[in-house]
Design a protein around this ligand. Structure first.
Ligand code: NAI
Length: 670
């Protein structure tokens, strides 16, 4: 029989079953460690002495997770009392042994609580992790000190510094979990475990198992520093482990709490936290009612080129059926084989397990030249050539075969979607859904709201993005929307730097030092220079003749250098290699351009290059915000980070601008 020992409505309750106390977390949706939950645990532990018959304590949770981590709201308003270290200290001072019963995810502070118990029992589907490094911090309540007493050196380093949750089975192999149990047997097994006289001591009372020599720790720290490319937390996490393994416990606890508190206030942690909240904010769109969305089981795609194929693969991975229409049978077959290739690689990564495997996903693809096959599709994405007349004609063709309520989205990169929609019979059903290459991998999708787009069209576009596990960000119509508009300005400004004295490899090196994974010019070579070249040619007639324009990129393309695919572009590439090599031909071209323009070249430091690049990006980002193209600053930062490889720990161009040290702000003379 169960006896309630605290009110039912509390986020933490204490009940007893015979000689076992059961402390239950019930704070939907994920039992986050809010101040109320922490206080609830302390209160429940204080009541324990009233039950002298108790011989063991179980920590259980209602819902689908154990404790999925900190309360995100508290991160915004600042830490409140009681802090997690005092909760954990109280748990470890508890007079009876305890077992954490992991019915689901135990993450961050939730895992620290579980590690304060004598043992942990988990369902096989549970996940355990310290994702703190993704927010620029390390576990703040003794996670490192407990980890080194359960897990050997190598796995402890990876676990805390990767921040990737692991399965319960992997956690058992690492020593974090003592036993696995199916959900129906979980509680009974936990009860038996907590009363078992051989129950191990609490981790904190055990001796360290993560032993390594000084050199091994130093090497782990060095390697991590190199791999984390300017992000501090993963390296600090290993330093915390090293101290946890080598120092007396109280000193390690002090040192690591200090590390946690210091990291929390860093610019990187603020940047990463900002992006964490930005992802949640981005879905809050005024007037967007998710209930208005049409239900879509079959997605139509017209155009099976680079983008159409990637979008189709995304949809099939998400379990949708796809009708992919190409110009003729041969093109349809080619598109089909390209989708199949992407699916094979998705299958290798285990991404098709949930949709019945490769064959079942492929069976849901109908690649055809037969446009009427689109008839059953409530949502059709157009990804044909970037040409207004072709897009308008394709739109009319689609409208002729789909149901009147069907929604049509264009994947155009730059064209005026209002003008595309104007020619539609039902403009309220037309909008933009702008994916980024490679569309099967890149998570960003800009949802472009046209003048006439109906709430149903908007809601369905957001719903499709969600189904495809993308991050949808609302944008209004303008040249390049949010991302490409800022990107275009940024590239243009780098080309101006070339004219003034920099070289492509220097700019790329500065960008990499700042945190980009690749430099701008190396990325351009990888994607191919022809698309942007075609766009520049198209715009040549309407370009303001007085506006500054760099001709270097055009001259590179005119020489037949279109990037990796032609063996040269901004760099040159050895036969079959993707490694960029500095090309004297480009250096000569750049220097000749400076001369032609009468510019005296000068040297630029990496800092100067980045100052220039970031100023330009921030200015354009501010214009995008001021013009109402984006709803909020955080949407813009998220766009650049998610879609354009802007380093996460730098927060985005507007975060950068807001965080500038006052000394670097332009001084105002009164
Ligand atoms: P692509 O040239 O690789 O593919 C276009 C495909 O459309 C071709 O396979 C062509 O056969 C097909 N097509 C042309 N007219 C058609 C018609 N009437 N009916 C059926 N199929 C037709 O072009 P890509 O790169 O896939 O771009 C497609 C669209 O996506 C463009 O608007 C582009 O601006 C946009 N976009 C491209 C990105 C990229 O990185 N490639 C990124 C984001 C958007």
């Amino acid at each position: 029989m169960s006896h309630p020992a605290s009110p039912d409505t509390a986020p933490v309750s204490l009940t007893t079953q015979g000689s076992i106390g059961i402390l239950t977390f019930d704070a939907p949706p994920v039992n986050a460690l809010s101040p109320q939950v922490r206080q609830g645990i302390l209160d429940a532990l204080r009541r324990l002495p009233r039950f002298p018959e108790l011989q063991g304590l179980l920590l259980c949770a209602k819902g689908k997770t154990f404790i999925a981590g900190a309360d995100i709201k508290e991160m915004q308003i600042g830490q409140q009392e009681p802090g997690l270290p005092s909760v954990i200290a109280a748990l470890e001072a508890c007079p009876v042994p305890s077992v954490a019963v992991l019915n689901g995810a135990a993450l961050g502070g939730g895992l620290e609580i579980a590690l304060a118990c004598n043992a942990r029992i988990a369902v096989p589907s549970a996940k355990l992790g310290f994702p703190e490094v993704h927010l620029g911090i390390i576990p703040g309540a003794g996670g490192a000190e407990r980890l080194v007493r359960l897990t050997p050196f190598g796995s402890a380093c990876d676990f805390i510094a990767d921040g990737k949750p692991i399965s319960a089975t992997a956690a058992r192999d690492m020593g974090l979990v003592d036993a696995l149990a199916e959900p129906e047997a979980l509680l009974d097994m936990a009860k038996a475990l907590v009363l078992n006289p051989d129950l191990p001591a609490r981790p904190i009372e055990r001796s360290v198992v993560a032993h390594a020599s000084d050199e091994a720790w130093q090497e782990a720290i060095r390697n991590r520093r190199k791999a984390s490319k300017g992000v501090a937390a993963p390296t600090t996490a290993i330093q915390a482990l090293r101290d946890a393994a080598n120092m007396p416990l109280d000193q390690a606890q002090q040192a690591n709490r200090h590390r946690y508190l210091t990291l929390r206030e860093t610019r990187q942690a603020k940047a990463l936290r900002g992006l964490f909240f930005a992802e949640r904010e981005a879905r809050k769109v005024p007037g967007l009612d998710p209930r208005a969305a049409l239900s879509v089981e079959t997605l139509g795609i017209v155009g099976g080129g680079t983008m159409g194929v990637g979008i189709a693969a995304s949809a099939l991975i998400a379990g949708l059926s796809v009708v992919l229409v190409e110009r003729d049978g041969e093109a349809a077959e080619l598109a089909k084989s390209r989708v199949a290739k992407l699916l094979v690689s998705a299958d290798k990564r285990g991404l098709l397990a949930k949709v019945g495997g490769l064959d079942s996903a492929l069976a849901k693809l109908n690649a055809t030249a037969d446009r009427p096959a689109l008839a059953p599709c409530p949502f059709v994405i157009e990804a044909v050539f970037e040409d207004m007349a072709i897009k308008q004609a394709v739109l009319a063709d689609i409208e002729a075969v789909v149901a009147p309520e069907a929604i049509i989205a264009t994947n155009t990169s730059y064209l005026d979607i209002n003008a595309i929609a104007d020619t539609a019979g039902r403009p309220e059903r037309v909008l933009g859904l702008h994916f980024f290459a490679p569309a099967n991998i890149n998570k960003l999708v800009e949802v472009i709201q046209t003048k006439a787009a109906s709430p149903v069209a908007l809601a369905t576009a957001f719903a499709i993005a969600d189904t495809l596990r993308k991050l949808p960000i609302l944008a209004q119509v303008c040249d390049g929307f949010i991302g490409n508009r800022i990107y275009t300005r940024y590239r243009e400004s780098c080309d101006f730097l070339l004219e003034e004295g920099a070289l492509p490899q220097q700019i790329d090196a500065a960008l990499i030092e700042f945190g980009f994974k690749m430099g701008l010019y190396a990325v351009s070579d990888m994607s191919g220079l022809d698309i942007a070249w075609a766009m520049r040619k198209r715009r040549a007639a309407t370009r303001d003749p007085k506006a500054r324009y760099s001709a270097i990129a055009d001259k590179i393309c005119e020489a037949g250098r279109l990037g990796q695919k032609t063996g040269s572009g901004w760099y040159r590439y050895a036969e079959g290699s993707k490694t960029p090599e500095v090309d004297p031909w480009v250096t000569e071209l750049v220097e000749a351009e400076s001369q032609r323009l009468g510019i005296t070249r000068r040297a630029f430091s990496n800092d100067e290059i980045m100052e220039h690049v970031m100023q330009t990006m921030a200015q354009e980002a501010q214009a995008v915000l001021d013009e109402g193209i984006a709803l909020r600053a955080s949407d813009i930062d998220l766009t650049m980070v998610t879609g354009f490889g802007f380093p996460r720990h730098q927060g985005g161009p507007l975060f950068w601008a807001a965080q500038r040290e006052p000394a670097k702000q332009p001084s105002r003379k009164d």
